[in-house]
Structure formats: structure tokens, C-alpha cells
Design a protein around this ligand. Structure first.
Ligand code: PEP
Ligand code: MN
Length: 335
């Protein structure tokens, strides 16, 4: 249920109303916009007397929300959310996140070199997988905690905030210096993991599931927020369709404007996993920016041919440098 308050509602009266609603067992999300305050009521709203609420002199409108996702719903929070990643990096509400780096952290020289190159090109976050969800148990599984240590070295060397994937909540302690925790496509519906991440205050980059619907992605984000962590960034990374012969996945670019309509959360696009081919990454990255994405996550490797994972879709630092310039041009046109 949503209650939109009148412009002249005083802070005292607003607080009294919130306290009263909370006493009825409801969770109240307050969205303080420039012109209006919106109260999002979550819980058993059946008990709330809508007519009584409507009749209060500080209340403008009251409506029931039938969507199953509440806290992530734009109706509850009309303004774009801004997820703050570090002192000078944020995503959403006009802040663009350009995340780049290798699929996997391989060694100190590799990650630090790539970090320096992507930073020079204009990236504002460094990615690198350390706990790798690989289809085959015989493939490189990542450096684990050691990889996170190397990422933090690269962060020290460049100042770039770091983004890396968690697979098992038991490793959470290792993520203390990680700025954004990624939940990969294979864990989008690992609800126990999402609940635990909801108890942290770390920004979470939540990827769309391998064959996940938009609604399922929003419900997964709802799990994190319902447990207390509002710092969620959504990531479209392509979905499984009947076209899996030429491209690794099918990039659902319409997910960007659809999500923008449905939710206030920032939306970034990963054209690397979406296409699986370095030659396709640039055009899809530019299209994603044009479609309104709040950021991009792009795989970059110093030597893609010898990468331990996802070399075929990784850009060289030179190619990323060129792409970053074109991304900036599209962004300038959109402003
Ligand atoms: C990744 O970002 O390296 C990754 C494994 O992505 P996804 O979960 O989208 O497949
Ligand atoms: Mn990868």
C-alpha cells in the first residue's frame, strides 16, 4: 500500500503517522522526494482502514499495490536510488558506473596492470572474479581468498573500488575490503545467500539469472532489501534463449527501460557475458548506454588469448580504451 502525503505535511505529523502505522505491525519505507513524501507500507495491509487513512488531513492519496515486489517498486520510491560505492563513486541517479577488469584474478601483475589500464581509460571500478562459478569442475576455479587479497593490492595501487563475486556466505569475512559484492547469474535465486547479504550494508551487484525473468530478478532484489540492505544494483547480463549458437546469451536490452519503469534501483549491463564475443561487446555496450543503463560491466584482459577464463569475450586494454571514449560520447549526447 502507498500513502502519498500532502506537500504541507509537517515532519511531526508525518512521524506520528509513521509510528501509528508501525504499531499496526507494518514496515514503513519513507521516500522523501523534493515535492512529496511517499510512505510505502509493507506487511499485512489488509488490516489498515484505507478510508480512515485517506481522511487524514496530511494524506493526499492511498493506493494498494498488487505487484509482489514492494521495496524495490518505483511506486514506493519514485526517485532513482543512488548506490554509493565509495567516497567518490556512486551508481544511479545520473552517476555512471564503468566497471572493468578480467573475468578472473590470475596473479598480482595481471590484476594490477589491468587495473591501471582500465583506470587510465576512465573506468571507476575494478572487477575480477576470485570465487569462480565454472560449468566444469576441471576448469580454473579462481584464487579464492588469495585473489581478493590481490584485488585489494590493485585497489591500493589505483584507488579503484573493487567488485567481486561471492558464491558461499561462509566466505563473507573475506569480503571486508570489497566495495561491491557481486551475486552471479547462477546464484540469483540462492535465497539464503540473498538474505544474509541483506544483513550487510555492502553494495550488491545482483545479476539476472541464466533464464530469469524480470520479475524474478526484482523478487531477488526484494530479498536483499527486505532484510535491510537497500544498496542493490541490478545487472542485465543476457538470458538463455534458443539463440545460443552464435552468441553466448541473448542480451535483453529492453530489460533496461522495463526495469527503469518498475524499480528505482540502478541498472547496469554486462555486454561481455551477454554476447560471449569480444567483437560484439562494443556495440552492445553503446546500445546499453543509449537505452538508459546506469553503468556497464566489461571484461578486460591483458592477454585475452591466454586468459584462464572468458578470454573470447575479453577486450584488450587498447580496445577498452577506445570503447570508453565512445561510451563517453554517447553519454554526452544523452544529457
Ligand atoms: C562473471 O561476472 O564473471 C560471471 C561469472 O558472470 P555471470 O554470473 O553473469 O555468468
Ligand atoms: Mn566471466
Amino acid at each position: 500500500m502507498i500513502a502519498v502525503l500532502k506537500q504541507n505535511a509537517s515532519p511531526e505529523r508525518t512521524q506520528m503517522l509513521i509510528d501509528w502505522l508501525k504499531r499496526q505491525g507494518l514496515d514503513v519505507h519513507v521516500s522523501q522526494g523534493e515535492f512529496k513524501t511517499v510512505l510505502g507500507l509493507i506487511g499485512n495491509t489488509e488490516k489498515v482502514d484505507m478510508d480512515m487513512l485517506r481522511s487524514l488531513d496530511i494524506v493526499d492519496t492511498v493506493t494498494r499495490v498488487s505487484d509482489p515486489f514492494k521495496a524495490v517498486n518505483r511506486k514506493f520510491h519514485p526517485e532513482n536510488s543512488v548506490v554509493r560505492v565509495s567516497e567518490d563513486v556512486a551508481v544511479g541517479g545520473g552517476h555512471f558506473g564503468l566497471i572493468a577488469g578480467p573475468c578472473s584474478v590470475e596473479c598480482c601483475e595481471q590484476i594490477t596492470y589491468v587495473a591501471q589500464r582500465v583506470k587510465a581509460a576512465g573506468a571507476n571500478m575494478l572487477r575480477g572474479g576470485s570465487f569462480k562459478p565454472r560449468t566444469s569442475p576441471y576448469d580454473f576455479q579462481g584464487l579464492g581468498g588469495g585473489g581478493i587479497r590481490l584485488l585489494t593490492e590493485a585497489k591500493k595501487a589505483t584507488g579503484l573500488p573493487i567488485v567481486t563475486e561471492i558464491m558461499d556466505i561462509r566466505t563473507l569475512d573475506l569480503f571486508e575490503d570489497v566495495d561491491v559484492i557481486q551475486v552471479g547469474a547462477r546464484n540469483t535465486q540462492n535465497f539464503d545467500l540473498l538474505k544474509e547479504l541483506g544483513k550487510t550494508r555492502k553494495p550488491i551487484l545482483l545479476k539476472r539469472g541464466l533464464a530469469g525473468t524480470i520479475k524474478e530478478l526484482l523478487m531477488s532484489a526484494e530479498y536483499i532489501i527486505a532484510n535491510g540492505n537497500e544498496n542493490v544494483i541490478l545487472c542485465e547480463r543476457g538470458i538463455r534463449t534458443y539463440e545460443s549458437t552464435y552468441t553466448r546469451n541473448t542480451l535483453d536490452l529492453s530489460a533496461v527501460p522495463v526495469l527503469k519503469e518498475l524499480t528505482h534501483l540502478p541498472v547496469v549491463v554486462d555486454p561481455s557475458h551477454a554476447t560471449g564475443k569480444a567483437s560484439l561487446v562494443g556495440s552492445m555496450a553503446l546500445a546499453a548506454v543509449a537505452a538508459g543503463a546506469d553503468g556497464l560491466m566489461i571484461e578486460v584482459h591483458n592477454d585475452p588469448l591466454h586468459a584462464l577464463s572468458d578470454g573470447a569475450q575479453s577486450l584488450t586494454p587498447e580496445a577498452f580504451d577506445d570503447l570508453a571514449k565512445r561510451i563517453l560520447k554517447i553519454r554526452e549526447v544523452l544529457v
